[in-house]
Structures are given as structure tokens and as C-alpha cells.
Write a protein of this length. Structure first.
Ligand SMILES: C[S@@+](CC[C@H](N)C(=O)[O-])C[C@H]1O[C@@H](n2cnc3c(N)ncnc32)[C@H](O)[C@@H]1O
Ligand code: SF4
Length: 308
């Protein structure tokens, strides 16, 4: 299949293991084993991704990347990639490893600073411990060029929390390399309305093939919403990325998608279960996906009016 390297976003899941079981995340019910990627495969992924002129966006799909013992070696292979962490394994020792690596951006998924809401989102997490570890890391990284993002999750349960509340809690005035970013809770698992997210109407990505997601076991899917691997397009353990992208599987799946035939596309069926979108709406979504992050934030805020 023809693709434009600029449009495709790539993820490598170093591990599908996690220390938490968050309420909004598919990880607790993952229909794949919890495992680490073998380092040989990380090295192959690097050759294949960079060989095709692609850049890696994140070192995760599901799982907690800071649990990966060779996290610093993986960062050295992909210095352009960012890391998102739940922050609860960000010890001084792990922090030192990160700061000695070429990592440019670390996102800490705090999500809620309401001690009653936090454990509902971040099941298994200890709020006080997270605040303490985050504050210590901010101090450890003070003056370092790494960009630190403290994530705030927008959902019905967090409507009363503001960016300013987060800034105050973490004393961000003192740390010029840190800022608060907002993310909207999405239907990663089931496309029904919950306390955390609304329902969607069709393909949120705006296009069938926008992503290359390499799971810890080497299998590859075409969509970052496909956490369970229901729509695998190939296997990096036995194939090259070119073979996977140019293979007949992706072409066949795209043809089914174009006809809105979801009989063999269970993940797409979930996205479309509340009605399919019009071609015009797909165009709007593709346009939003192509926007820079700051502009996407504005769109998110408009959409999130529904939580109020
Ligand atoms: C799947 S986690 C993996 C990395 C790491 N374990 C973490 O929590 O940051 C990546 C990001 O997905 C976010 N996430 C999980 N479920 C989500 C959902 N339903 N909607 C939006 N973001 C979600 C998390 O908050 C986190 O920032
Ligand atoms: S959001 Fe991150 S920390 Fe929470 S269960 Fe999912 S992978 Fe683990």
C-alpha cells in the first residue's frame, strides 16, 4: 500500500506489563500476554522504522515503559521518541537514567489531582506517592533540556479541575522545562458512554491506515485504538516492515473498511457501532488529526463542552 512517511505515526510497545490497572485503559482486560519486547526485536524495529524514513512517536502502546529494564538503550536507538509514564516507577535512579539519555520529552500521566478521583482513573496508584515522586523528578531535572509534561485528563469526572490547579500543586512556576498538557478521555476499549468518556460515531482517526503499532510480541496493527490486536497486519518477528505495509492483508482490510464491511474488522466495528460517519465528517477528522498539537487542543476543548 502506498503511504506517506509524514502522515504515518509509529509506536513501539517496549512492554505490555504494567504496575497499574487504570479504569479508562484497556490494559486490565488486555487480550494479549503481558510481556517485554526482546531487545533484538527493538533493534530490528529501529532498523526497519528508520530505514523507511519514519520517526518513532512513542515508546509505548499499552504498558508502562519505565518498567523496561533497557529503557535507556531503547531511547538511544530512538532519540526522537517520547515517553509517557504513570510516574510511579520514576525513582531517582530511573530519573538519572532518563536524564543521561537523549530523551527529549517525558509525559507524566497524573490525570487527576483530586485524591478521590485519582484512584478511580488510575486504579492501583498511590496519589501521595505520585505527587512526591513527580516533585522529586522535577527538582532532579531542573535546568535540564528535557521537556516534562504533566498530563491532565479531561473527562466528566475531572471537569472541576483546572490547568492552574495542576500548575500550583506541582509549583510549575519554578520549573521552566515543565508544563501541563490536557488529554481527552477516549473510547479506547468500548465505544459506549461511560463516566469517563462519551461515545464516538465512526473512525476517530479519520483514515484506516494512520499508524504502525508494533506490539511487544512483534505483531503489528494499523491503528493505535487496536489495543488487543484484533486487526493485525503482520509480524515484525518474521517479516520486514515493507513486506507488512505492502502485503495483501492491509490492502484487503482497507478494501473492507472502504465498503464499511466490518465482518472481519472487529475494532472498526466497535468505533462504528453508534452509526457511521459521512465522507464529509471523515474529511474533518483527517484534518483534525493532521493539526499540530496546540491546534488539536483547541478542538478538544470545543468537543469537551459535552461533559458540562
Ligand atoms: C496506555 S498509557 C501507556 C503509558 C503509561 N503507562 C502511562 O500511563 O502514561 C498511554 C497514555 O494513554 C492514556 N490513556 C489510557 N486510557 C485512555 C483513554 N481511555 N483515553 C485517553 N487516554 C487514555 C494514559 O493516560 C496515558 O497518558
Ligand atoms: S494507562 Fe498506563 S498506567 Fe494505566 S493501566 Fe494503562 S498502561 Fe498502565
Amino acid at each position: 500500500m502506498k503511504f506517506s512517511p509524514r502522515r504515518i505515526k509509529v509506536l513501539v510497545e517496549l512492554t505490555s506489563k504494567c504496575n497499574l490497572r487504570c479504569g479508562m485503559c484497556p490494559l486490565p482486560v488486555l487480550r494479549r500476554p503481558y510481556e517485554d519486547m526482546e531487545f533484538d526485536l527493538v533493534e530490528k524495529a529501529e532498523r526497519e522504522i528508520h530505514g523507511l524514513g519514519l520517526k518513532l512517536k512513542w515508546l509505548h502502546e499499552m504498558g508502562e515503559p519505565l518498567l523496561y529494564s533497557r529503557i535507556d538503550d531503547a531511547i538511544r536507538l530512538f532519540p526522537e521518541a517520547s515517553i509517557s509514564t504513570n510516574g510511579l516507577v520514576l525513582t531517582e535512579e530511573v530519573g538519572a537514567k532518563l536524564l543521561a539519555s537523549p530523551l527529549k520529552r517525558l509525559r507524566i500521566s497524573v490525570d487527576s489531582i483530586n485524591p478521590k478521583v485519582y484512584p478511580q482513573l488510575r486504579t492501583g496508584g498511590d496519589f501521595d506517592k505520585l505527587v512526591d515522586m513527580t516533585m522529586k523528578f522535577l527538582e532532579q531535572a531542573k535546568g535540564h533540556p528535557i521537556r516534562i509534561e504533566i498530563q491532565k485528563m479531561r473527562s466528566r469526572m475531572t471537569v472541576d479541575e483546572t490547568v492552574e490547579d495542576f500548575r500550583k500543586l506541582f509549583h510549575l512556576k519554578q520549573y521552566r522545562n515543565a508544563r501541563v498538557i490536557e488529554r481527552t478521555c477516549e473510547a479506547f476499549d468500548v465505544n459506549d458512554e461511560t463516566d469517563l468518556h462519551g461515545k464516538f460515531y465512526g473512525c476517530v482517526q479519520g483514515a484506516f491506515f494512520n499508524w504502525i503499532v508494533i506490539f511487544a510480541d512483534g505483531r503489528v496493527t494499523h491503528c493505535c485504538y487496536d489495543a488487543h490486536g484484533d486487526q493485525v497486519i503482520g509480524d515484525l518477528k518474521t517479516q520486514s516492515l515493507t513486506e507488512i505495509i505492502e502485503g495483501s492483508k492491509l490492502v484487503q482490510m482497507q478494501a473492507l473498511f472502504d465498503k464499511r464491511d466490518f465482518s472481519e474488522l472487529p475494532r472498526c466495528a466497535e468505533c462504528f457501532k453508534h452509526g457511521g460517519e459521512s465522507a464529509a465528517w471523515t474529511g474533518v477528522l483527517s484534518g483534525v488529526q493532521a493539526l499540530p498539537e496546540a491546534a488539536k487542543d483547541v478542538v478538544r476543548k470545543v468537543l469537551d463542552v459535552r461533559y458540562r
